[in-house]
Ligand binder design. Structure first.
Ligand code: ZN
Length: 140
């Protein structure tokens, strides 16, 4: 059986650091709370509780689909430090609503399509525009 030396372990850690993305590039987060006419009241209750209990910026109600979002939703913007408070709370209290949580790294397409976290059902986002803009900006 081969022994792993300290030197080899350090090499492995260096490789991991360079091969994987650094979460330090996440500037902030969004949570998008989806609803429809039947669940709008649930979304209202949730919105009120989020506004009272957390340090967030609540976006406007979008009863009509906007941007990549396929159904009605509102956005909740929050700082990195708020993530471990707000996201577990949403896990337990979303009350059947679908929620998209995505980081803000500066690459919108990646943030929505690749790095996103979904609570509930993953909805089909309309990402062609974001993909095009990101490509035009020279990323992928
Ligand atoms: Zn967003």
């Amino acid at each position: 059986m081969a022994e792993t030396t300290i030197a080899e372990t350090n090499v492995a850690q260096t490789d991991i650091a360079s091969e994987f993305a650094d979460p330090g590039q996440i500037r902030s987060y969004h949570a998008h709370i989806y609803y429809d006419p039947e669940t709008r009241e649930v979304a209202e209750r949730l919105r009120e509780a989020i506004g009272q209990g957390f340090t967030v910026e609540l976006g406007r109600w979008h009863d009509e689909p906007v941007g990549p979002h396929p159904t009605s939703m509102y956005q909740v913007a929050f700082a990195v430090a708020e993530f471990p408070k707000l996201v577990p709370w949403l896990m337990l209290n979303r009350d059947g609503l679908d929620v998209l949580v995505h980081p803000q790294t500066g690459y919108s397409y990646d943030d929505h399509a690749i790095h996103a976290l979904w609570l509930g059902t993953k909805l089909p986002l309309l990402l062609d525009g974001m993909r095009r803009r990101q490509a035009e900006a020279g990323h992928r």
